[in-house]
Design a protein around this ligand. Structure first.
Ligand code: AMP
Length: 552
């Protein structure tokens, strides 16, 4: 497939909003692609380049891209920024600039999808001091060969945000439709492989193998997530449930094959180098090949330390030994996803737990199983007394659902009024904060989009504002007066007093008294709260108000 054909397909998709139509268009494209093109197309159309399990990163910041565009269009970077401001989008700006480019290209090669992909792989493989220059050269080369329309989508792919409204769900359904395969099998293979591109390839060439797809060791799978709920509802719905402490640390996924071990963070980034002590602890606790899900916490005098201490260790790139002495980490294992070549995610939780207990000699998180509200409440109190965040309640018969925030895991915390939201914009501060951002526009997820939910301007210390500025300055996409918009990368945990119905934002809700709690750099944009979750909270909040006895 030529990249111009791919671009035309994107243009068509960008112009439509109906999910069924999107699925239909994609499903018609898939069968005509070669086996090599198919996975690339599938990832590109979702604005991704590499499989989700893969550690490769393009590492092109907006600045590098703007400079390359400026060079090709023969204009200064400021002009590129102005064009982005005017059009409100990097893709449209590149298209406009390439259309007016002064430096005439006598010979433009038609490039195809595979060639673009190889170019991007080349960019990702550049490391070290000179890498930015090398990356810039390849970016110029790729964009230099692009027509204006190709430029629109190439630039967006390079920033890994295609903005054509195609989400993973639609692509999965398109695969089912295109190759007439069972949607349950496609879901299973997607969960195990964590690469929809490969799932598409298998659906085309070996659909019979989808059923047997196993998790591959050192290819991390997405983490199962939790919803909020109550002890009473869980027991009413399920009878006997499992209760575990909710540890306030960082999620990990530990992979071990023979003596080889690797550790991944909640965002599936490899963090082995930063956590040699945790790896050693887990390596010593089993002789099996395993994938273990758990939470690592920092301990001092037998009490858990604040979550920030753990994050410091996860982020650490240098002086690891010193950091280990200052902050000692302990893993708490609560699930087993893979054991000696077998994928366990389809087994009931009670069976996975049993296997975990017989596989791992230490570090298994204790569990209480009961259908008595009092017993679970006592466990909750014990968790809080021991300095943990709260309780996790789990349905004993439930499978492990990677990446899903379902009702099979329920979190119980004393403070339920915080949300994880994506930072999508900001306004410059005033007075002594004029060189920093002062307030932030935050968003939740709705289907495949991010929609604004609130502005957050309180709760920040000066240090936090400076830290947040440092993180966000690289992600600015456009300026409009005092307002800037960001490529969504950063997640804030935000506290609030109430969720209100509001006409201000598209989602119909707004937060009352929003305040910044902390940066959640252990979370990615796909982890932020959904509109559905907010509606749920709103309804629960109204219900509990009705139940509160009146004051008079
Ligand atoms: P939250 O981050 O508030 O959505 O809560 C869910 C998170 O709690 C998970 O992603 C884990 O990082 C963490 N957690 C702590 N203890 C447990 C546990 N026993 N089981 C599952 N998740 C846990």
């Amino acid at each position: 497939m030529l990249f111009i054909e791919f671009s035309r397909c994107c243009e068509r998709l960008e112009g439509i909003a109906g999910r069924l139509e999107i699925i239909d268009i994609i499903s018609k494209e898939l069968p005509s692609l070669t086996d090599e093109e198919l996975p690339i197309f599938v990832r590109f159309i979702m604005g991704r380049i590499f499989p989700d399990w893969c550690q490769a990163k393009l590492g092109i910041g907006p600045n590098l891209l703007y400079e390359a565009i400026g060079y090709l269009a023969g204009v200064k970077k400021e002009v590129v920024l102005e064009t982005i401001n005017k059009t409100g989008d990097v893709g449209h700006a590149v298209e406009e600039l390439l259309a007016t480019k002064t430096q005439t290209t006598f010979f433009r090669e038609q490039v195809d999808l595979v060639r673009v992909y190889r170019g991007l792989v080349g960019i990702a493989s550049q490391e070290g001091k000179k890498s930015q220059r090398e990356k810039s050269l390849v970016v110029r080369q790729l964009l230099g060969n692009a027509s204006p329309l190709e430029g629109r989508y190439l630039a967006r792919i390079m920033l890994e945000e295609l903005r054509i409204g195609v989400g993973e769900g639609s692509v999965r359904e398109a695969i089912v439709k295109a190759f007439n395969v069972d949607s349950g099998l496609v879901e299973h293979a997607t969960q195990a492989l964590n690469d929809l591109g490969e799932v598409a390839r298998l659906s085309k060439i070996e659909p019979n193998t989808l059923k047997e797809v196993q998790i591959t060791i050192f290819h991390p799978v997405r983490m199962m997530l939790a919803q909020q709920g109550t002890i009473g509802d869980m027991i009413t719905d399920h009878g006997k449930i499992a209760a575990e402490f909710k540890y306030d640390g960082s999620r990990f996924q530990f992979h071990k094959k023979g003596e080889w071990c690797r550790m991944y963070s909640r965002r599936l980034e490899e963090v082995s180098a930063a956590l040699p002590d945790v790896i050693e602890q887990l390596r010593g606790a089993t002789d099996h090949d395993v994938i273990i899900d758990g939470e690592v916490i920092a301990i001092k005098n037998d009490r858990p330390m604040p979550f920030q201490s753990v994050l410091k260790r996860f982020r650490r790139k240098h002086d690891i030994a010193e950091a280990q002495e200052a902050i000692s980490l302990v893993p708490n294992a609560f699930d087993l996803l893979y054991l000696d070549g077998k994928t366990l995610i389809g087994l009931p939780f009670s069976e996975r737990r049993k296997l975990l207990g017989s596989t791992l000699k230490f570090f298994v998180a204790p569990q209480v199983v009961s259908d008595d509200v009092k017993v679970i409440e006592q466990t909750y109190q014990a968790a809080l007394d021991a300095g943990h965040e709260g309780l996790m309640l789990k349905v004993l018969s439930s499978v492990y659902s990677p990446g899903q925030r379902g009702k099979n895991w329920i979190k119980i915390k004393p403070e339920v009024d915080t949300l994880d939201v994506a930072v999508i914009g900001a306004e410059w501060g005033e007075g002594k904060r004029a060189h920093l951002f002062g307030s932030f526009l935050v968003a939740c997820q709705s289907e495949d989009k991010l929609i604004p939910l609130s502005r957050v301007a309180t709760g920040f210390s000066d240090e936090q504002l400076a830290e947040v500025y440092d993180i966000l300055k690289e992600s600015i996409i456009s300026h409009m007066g005092k307002e800037v918009t960001f490529e969504p990368k950063l997640v804030f945990e935000v506290g609030y007093s109430e969720i209100q119905i509001s006409p201000t934002y598209e989602g119909g809700f707004a937060l009352r008294f929003p305040r910044f709690v902390r940066v959640r750099d252990d979370k990615g944009i796909t982890d932020v709260e959904t509109l559905e979750g907010i509606r749920d909270r709103y309804q629960r909040q109204s219900k509990s108000r009705q139940q509160t006895p009146s004051q008079n």
